[in-house]
Design a protein around this ligand. Structure first.
Ligand SMILES: [Ca+2]
Length: 435
């Protein structure tokens, strides 16, 4: 009975996520395998259970290799003394396309026996070398394994591992290349290291080893890595790539990690108060910084800034201060901090606080002035006024007497009564009158 299994076992819904069964083609690296020399490539199977039937298609480069024969191993495959239908499944060699198709099954049809288990060789393909300093894939284009369950053919999940023929005199190492994004980097920022431009001129890169220079080393099969630095500094990043011949190459790049930005906020509550009342000024620093000093400055709008106070942030990076303006006016307050070894400083935008005049206090009722005190005061004022008036009148009279015109006589006559009268014209009368 001929059983041709053309359906990939990987499409079966019950395939385990990681089957242990493997079908492997060989990797043959031998620079002595020059043209016209022959070698055998064994297709092997690993960790199979109850294998009843199989077939594979191996592809190669017909410019490098020519398949000349296909043989089966000992009929007592895996030590099970049973009969395989050798010859029923005839190998098919296509040296134009570069394929070998081979398969086998038990004969006569089981059960019993139900199959063979373990590791072994499925087929031996003999090649003749046609080219020097060359490589050729030995790739498993198709593989199918089956077992019998309750009289029905059931696929056996498995994976395939391709091989390679390589008779080059010199194997070429890979070339490590990578770039960093972004170019300007900061603490706590995710940085991408991309090595996808690395290549191997005669093979494949199978491993990317990154040393980020801060003690972090990772091995990846993917060419792209990311990393975050927690401290400022200059770091030498090393990339080591390994190819399928275990040859390596290294590239380095210096990353300068600067301080990260920070943000400090400020707000006030309430923002309008009366002189003598309190307002609470508060804010926070991002990223959170505990126990750092925040300086709060203030000014009357348009004036010079002065330090109002300094406060310390709490575990949440927050600060607060209760302020009582002493005079009315429109104020601006702002907060700043000086940063730290990994963080840049920052200053907030101003926050306006209006302090209004406090209402005028109502004067307490006074004791009053007793009427007798008022009377005394009136009398005293009257006396002072009278005194001033008398003084003024006297002064004026004296002045008037000094301005009275004096008459000077040239002769006097004394009467019998003893009165003295003036005879003769007065002298200087005119001038005296104008005095
Ligand atoms: Ca290589």
């Amino acid at each position: 009975m001929l059983i041709i299994l053309l359906t990939s076992v990987f499409t079966v819904g019950t395939v385990a996520s990681s089957p242990s069964t493997q079908v492997c083609a060989p990797t043959i690296i031998d620079k002595t395998l020059v043209p016209l020399k022959n070698f055998d490539a064994n297709i092997t199977i690993v960790d199979v259970t109850d294998l009843y039937s199989w077939d594979v298609v191996l592809s190669f480069n017909p410019a490098v290799l020519e398949a000349t024969a296909v043989s089966m191993p000992d009929p007592n495959f895996l030590g099970l003394n049973t009969t395989w239908a050798i010859g029923i499944v005839q190998p098919v060699i296509d040296n134009f396309m570069g394929t070998v198709k081979v398969g086998d099954t038990f004969y006569p049809p089981p059960p019993p026996p139900e199959g063979v288990s373990g590791n072994g060789t499925l087929a031996i393909i003999t090649f003749e070398v046609k080219a020097e300093n060359a490589i050729s894939p030995l790739a498993l284009e198709h593989t199918a394994l089956e077992k019998i369950v309750n009289g029905t053919n059931v696929p056996i999940p498995h994976e395939t591992i391709n091989g390679l023929f390589d008779n080059r005199m010199t194997l070429l190492p890979p070339v490590a290349l990578f770039y960093v994004e972004p170019l300007v980097t900061y603490v706590s920022e995710k940085i991408t290291f991309n090595a996808s431009e690395s290549y191997d001129p005669d093979g494949d890169i199978v491993r990317y080893r990154w040393d980020f220079g801060d003690g972090t080393v990772v091995n990846l099969t993917d060419p792209v890595a990311t990393h975050v630095y927690n401290s400022t500094g200059t770091y030498t990043v090393g990339l080591n790539v390994t190819d399928n011949n275990d040859l390596t190459d290294t590239a380095t790049y210096t990353v300068v990690v600067g301080k990260q930005n920070s943000t400090i906020t400020i707000s006030a509550s309430p923002t309008t108060i009366k002189v003598g009342e309190n307002t609470t000024i508060s804010g926070s620093i991002t990223p959170t910084r505990q126990g750092v000093t925040v300086t709060i400055r203030y000014r009357k709008t348009g004036g010079e800034w002065s330090t109002l106070t300094t406060v310390t942030t709490d575990t949440s990076g927050q600060y607060s201060y209760v302020w009582t303006p002493e005079t009315a006016g429109a104020y601006e307050v702002k907060a700043s901090w000086n940063g730290d070894e990994n963080t840049l400083p920052d200053e907030s935008d101003p926050q306006t606080i209006v302090a209004q005049e406090a209402p005028s206090p109502t004067p307490p009722p006074g004791p009053g002035i007793p009427p007798n005190i008022i009377a005394v005061a009136v009398v005293a004022i009257a006396i002072v006024a009278a005194g001033i008036a008398v003084y003024f009148l006297k002064t004026r009279k004296a002045n008037a007497s000094r301005t009275q015109p004096r008459i000077l006589c040239s002769r006097f006559f004394l009467s019998s009564e003893g009165n003295k009268t003036c005879e003769g014209p007065a002298e200087n009368e005119k001038s005296l009158n104008v005095m």
